[in-house]
Design a protein around this ligand. Structure first.
Ligand SMILES: [Zn+2]
Length: 239
C-alpha cells in the first residue's frame, strides 16, 4: 500500500503544534496551523481542539477556499480564512503558524513598540516586526488587517490577539514564531533593565550587506529597518 497523501506533512504539523503548546505559545484550544498541499489544497487543524493533544487523524483537508473535502470528520479552524489570505498573497509560502505568544502580544496590549532593531539574528531573518491593527478574531477583519503586511513580513503580531509566522515549510514558520517571541522577551528584559537601546543604522546596514553569508536573503521589509523608528540613525547613513 502506498504512503497516505500528506503523511510527512501531517507528522510535521502535529509535531509543531505539540511544541507550540509545550512552549506555551498557545493554551486551551487556541492556535491554528496549516500547510499548503499540492493543487493549493490545505491541511489544517480542526476547530476547538487542544493542539497539545492533536493527532494526525484529527487534521482536516480543505480546498483552496477552505471547504472541507468529502470524508473529513472535523471542521477547519474558524481562523482558516487568515491562512488563506496569506497563501493568496504569497505563492512562496507553504505553511502558516498562528499562536498567541504572551510576550509579543503583551507588547501590543501595553501599546509598546516592538519594531526596534535590537538583535542581529532578528534583523537578518525577520527584518522588523510588524503589528497589524486590531481586528475581531475569526472575522474578515483579520484578513483585511494583514493583507497589506503579508507581502513584506514573514512574522506579524496581531494587536491584542496573537502572532502569525509564514514559512517555506512548517518548521521554517515555527522558527520564525520562536524568533519573534525571543525578540519580544529580549525587549521586555531591556525595558525592565532601564530601556531599549536599538542598533545604529550603520550596524544594521552592515548586517544587511552580509546577510548572504548567513545563507539568508535580505528581508522584504529591509528598507524599513533604517528608519529612525527602528534604529539609531547615524548622520552619514545615507552615504
Ligand atoms: Zn488567534
Amino acid at each position: 500500500m502506498s504512503v497516505p497523501e500528506g503523511r510527512r506533512e501531517r507528522q510535521e504539523l502535529v509535531e509543531v503544534a505539540h511544541l507550540c503548546y509545550q512552549r506555551r505559545y498557545i493554551c486551551g484550544t487556541e492556535g491554528n496551523f496549516s500547510i499548503r498541499l499540492e493543487d493549493d489544497r490545505i491541511l489544517t487543524t480542526p476547530s476547538g481542539s487542544c493542539k497539545g493533544r492533536l493527532r494526525e487523524s484529527d487534521l482536516v483537508v480543505t480546498d483552496g477556499h477552505g471547504v472541507p473535502e468529502p470524508g473529513q470528520s472535523g471542521r477547519p479552524s474558524t481562523e482558516l480564512e487568515m491562512h488563506l489570505t496569506v497563501y493568496k498573497h504569497r505563492p512562496d509560502v507553504k505553511a502558516v503558524v498562528h499562536c498567541h505568544p504572551t510576550v509579543a502580544v503583551g507588547f501590543t496590549v501595553a501599546g509598546v513598540d516592538l519594531g526596534k532593531c535590537v538583535l542581529p539574528e532578528v534583523v537578518c531573518t525577520l527584518g522588523t516586526v510588524a503589528v497589524a491593527p486590531y481586528a475581531t478574531p475569526s472575522t474578515e477583519e483579520v484578513s483585511e488587517s494583514i493583507s497589506q503586511l503579508v507581502t513584506r513580513y514573514d512574522a506579524i503580531v496581531l494587536d491584542h490577539h496573537g502572532a502569525l509566522a509564514l514559512g517555506k515549510d512548517i518548521w521554517d514558520a515555527y522558527y520564525k514564531l520562536e524568533t519573534l517571541e525571543h525578540h519580544a522577551e529580549t525587549m521586555l528584559v531591556a525595558h525592565m533593565l532601564g530601556g531599549v537601546k536599538p542598533l545604529r543604522s550603520s550596524q544594521v546596514k552592515k548586517l544587511l550587506d552580509i546577510v548572504g553569508v548567513y545563507g539568508l536573503q535580505k528581508p522584504a521589509n529591509a528598507d524599513s529597518l533604517l528608519s529612525a523608528r527602528a534604529c539609531v540613525v547615524d548622520e552619514d547613513s545615507s552615504s
